[in-house]
Design a protein around this ligand. Structure first.
Ligand code: GDP
Ligand code: IMO
Ligand code: MG
Length: 446
């Protein structure tokens, strides 16, 4: 294989875990580089469903080293709960590693996330309330607790003595909430530290050694490009860097070791939480996209919230190609479109105020929400694709739809997923060793 980043190319929940799981078969390492328990990653193997939040989905393969990287934020209670559940199902934790430098989500982060959301009223972000924003905010303010602090009573006591009274001022005075007990937090989190101790190490050093030994490393993104703190639909974003650049910072590797970036997109689009979503279909079409096949209805894995659904957006797609330098695409959930008699695809945005048409996101912060989609309509194929195993098996209308996406985004579609199961996958071209995108038609001036 090679050193590969798998990144969400839309608003999260693109089916990254299914694609990571497929590629992890040939990986020696799977590394999560950002985010925390806000992620909800589903993998279905032999009829068993696994839902991951913090632990890399690569743990399903016995020999793969799974790393929670320094760019992550880890809620120890969630980590231990998730791990215990996986151990009960017979999975092996001998190759699980947690970065000593990852930041820890503390009880005050959870409380402040919920209280801040509440106080925003109509302007809420719709967070997962997993304490993500406040944990990263403390990290940037240099007031965070790192995993290494959970291993030292002295270090943790000293930090909590300073932090808890300050957090309590916020909780009590700003939000009228009860204060937290610093001593109780100290005892509880030191106990978590003891449970985590055997996994904690310098993960960046381990990855560097693996690079030198020419191991295959898969960097597993959480969330998606449009939720990226810098490049997403700010402020309706998460507080980390899910995009490909974030993999280097968040894992502690140099960009020179990355061979390939694979973007994962649904064949349509979903979003959980608030924020602009130009191709959203609020009515019957959205409901149909959400409900097709009860088993994979569009419901958030972490929060159980219904996902907002809409048509595929090439403007967002082109933006993701740019921000991540995508080499190829994995398109998931093609089967969900099987029953539609017509399928729309957004090729550009029209500014509602001026009528101007844009093929690229003009300014993601300000004008994204004021855009209406310019759609092209495709005939549906109205045949099941879930048994298709090659490009040639696909109905010609489905082939045309995929080719259109590849043309619009100017990247090849390498993988197509037609169901939750591992074998419900079509490999159109080698996702790892194909030609670099920069040699595409556009780059060649054609
Ligand atoms: P992630 O967060 O990007 O890993 O995605 P989620 O796990 O949150 O959501 C994707 C959902 O779609 C999961 O329930 C997957 O099992 C499911 N899924 C992935 N690929 C396909 C597919 O090709 N067809 C169908 N029907 N479901 C899929
Ligand atoms: P995976 O990895 C979809 C969304 C939330 C909210 C915003 C900020 O499964 O793709 P946060 O709790 O991070 O502060 O919430 O980001 N969000 C996700 N949406 N998939 C996710 O993860 C998400 N993680 C966060 O709904 O809009
Ligand atoms: Mg998800």
């Amino acid at each position: 294989m090679a050193n590969v980043i798998v990144v969400g190319a839309q608003f999260g929940d693109e089916g990254k875990a299914k694609v990571t799981d497929l590629l992890a078969k040939n990986a020696d390492f799977v590394v999560r580089y950002q985010g925390g328990a806000n992620a909800g990653h589903t993998v279905v193997v032999d009829g068993d469903t696994y839902k991951f939040h913090l632990i890399p989905s690569g743990i399903l393969y016995g020999g793969t080293t799974c790393i929670l990287g320094p760019g992550m934020v880890i809620d120890p209670q969630a980590f231990i709960g998730e791990l215990d559940a996986l151990l009960k199902r017979g999975l092996d934790d001998s190759s699980l590693k947690v970065s000593a430098c990852a930041h820890v989500t503390m009880p005050y982060h959870l409380a402040i996330d919920a209280a801040e959301e509440e106080s925003r009223g109509a302007h809420k972000i719709g967070t997962t309330k997993r304490g993500i924003g406040p944990t990263y905010a403390d990290k940037c303010a240099r007031s965070g607790i790192r995993v290494e602090d959970l291993l030292s009573a002295e270090a943790l006591r000293q930090k909590l003595d300073w932090l808890v009274p300050r957090k309590n001022v916020i909780l009590e005075r700003l939000y009228n909430l009860p204060p937290l007990d610093g001593k109780e937090i100290l005892e509880t989190y030191l106990a978590y530290g003891e449970k985590m101790r055997k996994y904690v190490c310098d993960t960046s050093a381990i990855i560097f050694q693996a690079v030198q030994q020419r191991k295959n490393i898969l960097f597993e993104g959480a969330q998606g490009t449009l939720l990226d703190l810098d490049h997403g639909s700010y402020p309706y974003v998460t507080s980390s860097s899910p995009s490909a650049g974030g993999a280097c910072v968040g894992a502690g590797v140099g960009p020179t070791i990355i061979d390939r970036v694979i973007g994962v997109s649904k064949a349509f689009m979903t979003r959980v939480g608030e924020g602009p979503f130009p191709t959203e279909q609020a009515g019957a079409i959205g409901e149909k996209l959400r409900q097709v096949g009860k088993a994979w209805a569009e419901v958030g894995v972490t929060t159980g919230r219904p996902r907002r659904c809409g048509w595929f957006d090439c403007v967002v797609g082109r933006y993701s190609v740019r921000i991540n330098g995508l080499d190829c695409l994995a398109i998931t959930k093609l089967d969900v479109l099987d029953e539609f008699d017509e399928i729309k695809i957004c090729v550009a945005y029209r500014d509602c105020a001026t009528g101007d048409v844009y093929k690229d996101l003009p300014s993601i912060a300000g004008s994204f929400g004021a855009m209406e989609p310019v759609f092209e309509t495709f005939p549906g194929w109205q045949k099941s694709t879930s048994e298709c195993r090659s490009y040639n098996d696909l109905p010609s209308a489905a082939q045309r739809y995929l080719n259109f996406i590849a043309e619009q985004l100017d990247v090849p579609v390498a993988i197509v997923s037609v169901g939750q199961k591992r074998d419900q996958t079509i490999i159109i071209e080698d996702p790892i060793h194909g030609p670099k995108r920069v040699l595409s038609r556009a780059a060649a001036g054609l």
